[in-house]
Design a protein around this ligand. Structure first.
Ligand SMILES: [Zn+2]
Length: 131
């Protein structure tokens, strides 16, 4: 397999489908799909770059696979299990065990941006439950 490279600037922002919004996703959050099996043939890892605009939030949700966040820009509040919270800023890392409820609210005056990493072949295999 070849080493894969792509510049963040060359990847288009994506938004939730109507069906995903109907299931509880915020239509204003966006992401860039960086690495997964469908993109570059990688196995067991999927990486995306998320953006939560000023004043917006990533709704509370769960999924079976564990997840890692790495904050690259902005400030926000991480909601954990629906009651506990943690302030987040650039450079912060978060590990979320599978099935743990979590969400992020942008509390700053710039977009909140972060890397999200799953140990799955393809991000499309991760089923989000926005309950
Ligand atoms: Zn998540």
């Amino acid at each position: 397999m070849e080493i894969f490279y792509r510049s963040l600037a060359d990847i288009k922002w994506e938004k939730s489908t109507k069906a995903r919004v109907a299931s509880g996703a915020n239509p204003k959050t966006e992401w860039k799909h960086l690495i997964d099996n469908k993109i570059c043939g990688s196995e067991g890892v999927s990486v995306g770059y998320g953006k939560i605009p000023i004043g917006e939030y990533l709704p509370l949700h769960t999924h079976t696979p564990q997840e890692i966040y790495f904050v690259t820009k902005g400030t926000g509040i991480l909601s954990m299990d629906g009651d506990k919270t943690q302030n987040l800023g650039s450079g912060d890392t978060v590990y979320i065990p599978g099935k743990k409820r979590h969400g992020i609210t942008n509390t700053g005056n710039v977009d909140f941006e972060y890397l999200f990493i799953f140990m799955v072949n393809n991000w499309s295999d991760v089923k989000y439950d926005f309950q």
